[in-house]
Ligand binder design. Structure first.
Ligand SMILES: NC(=O)c1ccc[n+]([C@@H]2O[C@H](COP(=O)([O-])OP(=O)(O)OC[C@H]3O[C@@H](n4cnc5c(N)ncnc54)[C@H](O)[C@@H]3O)[C@@H](O)[C@H]2O)c1
Length: 331
């Protein structure tokens, strides 16, 4: 992965902080930055949903530093932001159902934690922050494809937390002249996404199930659709957001997806075929807070930061499936 650089700037003297770098998307960002010779890549992570193992390949690189800490503690954010040029903020508690079960934990990590990062970044004079928002902010808006300015009523505490982050980001950019850009990710998938735990996402769950020859659950009738996006595209977006000219993008939010949608039933069939399996899924009730269809308009990110996702869902699933097979099922 990451055979092509998404930046042309010299990053060998730049220091990056990746919050949530022990997690799925964060560890992919770290991989990219180290591969292209970043001066320093620091991770701040409390290992609540991320894994030390995701960082194993990085520890031998002298440019890498791991700080175990919690973004809900202001002093941890202060320490992590010291001597940092750029922040890629990924740390959060993901998952709509988790937030429905425990809205306070979601708020503490996603809202208080983000606010702490903004304050620390301001005090330590960080040059730019790129942070993870989510397509969940579109809520019950019926419009397809989703454009950044047409959001609906929010449907979960998780969506509220990400929307509050966007509001804080906008206000901090305006009030303090900070450079802050938000990326509304649409169902990101790829290597290092965990198939474990009650809040695992559909793609790692399906891959793990078919490889074990077990039937996975599908919530609802499976005809709900999503703009599934390979993680390399999300990394492209983060790197381009870090370096795009400021006057075109400050304080804004950008859809990060492919601009194509696939139903959960189609997704399951692609994965099942890749595994040459004939297993059938088990259908169960829809989850509260889930939206029926999701599809992004990615023109804004394309026009403003030159985001041009190269990996479609089929190719992304192939890479991910091979990775899963090797990691979990090679003897
Ligand atoms: N994966 C997706 O499809 C998707 C979609 C939309 C938005 N997002 C957002 O992207 C970001 C990354 O998601 P991911 O899929 O890589 O999830 P992940 O759970 O794999 O990674 C999140 C990381 O943040 C860390 N973390 C959580 N709370 C923390 C805290 N209080 N202090 C320090 N570290 C903490 C976790 O330990 C983990 O390593 C999150 O902000 C998530 O909300 C993800």
């Amino acid at each position: 992965m990451y055979k092509k650089a998404f930046h042309s700037e010299d990053i060998s003297m730049k220091n990056f902080l990746v919050t949530g770098g022990a997690g799925f998307i964060g560890s992919n960002l770290v991989e990219y930055l180290l591969k292209y010779g970043a001066g320093k890549v620091r991770v701040l992570d409390n290992l609540s949903t991320g894994f030390r193992e995701n960082m194993d390949p990085f520890f031998e690189n002298p440019a890498f530093e791991f700080m175990e800490g919690d973004i809900s503690r202001p002093e941890d954010c202060q320490n992590a932001c010291k001597e940092t040029d750029y922040v890629l903020h990924q740390a959060a508690l993901g998952s709509v159902p988790r937030s429905v079960n425990d809205p306070q934990a979601t708020n503490q990590a996603n809202v208080t934690g983000f606010l702490n990062i903004l304050v620390a970044a301001r005090e330590t004079k960080v040059k730019r922050i790129v942070y993870a928002s989510s397509s969940s902010v579109y809520g019950d808006s019926p419009h397809l494809p989703k454009t950044e300015d047409a959001i609906g009523n929010l449907l979960s505490p998780y969506a509220v937390s990400k929307r509050v982050d966007e509001l804080y980001a906008d206000v901090f950019a305006k009030s303090y002249g900070m450079e802050i850009l938000g990326l509304r990710y649409f169902n990101i998938f790829g290597p290092r996404q965990s198939p474990d735990g009650p809040y695992a996402a559909a793609i790692p769950l399906f891959m793990s199930a078919v490889l074990k020859n077990e039937s996975p659950y599908i919530n609802g009738d499976g005809e709900q659709s999503r703009d599934f996006t390979f993680v390399e595209n999300a990394v492209e977006a983060n790197i381009k957001a870090l370096f795009c000219p400021l006057e075109r993008c400050n304080g804004g939010v950008f859809n990060i997806a492919v601009g194509d949608r696939t139903t959960v039933n189609q997704l399951f069939r692609i994965i099942r075929d890749a595994a040459s399996s004939n297993i059938e899924p088990v259908y169960r009730e829809e989850r509260p807070g889930d939206v029926k269809h999701s599809l992004a308009d990615i023109q804004k990110a394309n026009n403003i930061m030159g985001y041009n996702p190269a990996i479609n869902i089929e190719k992304g699933l192939e890479i991910t499936f091979q990775w899963f097979k090797k990691k979990y099922f090679s003897k």
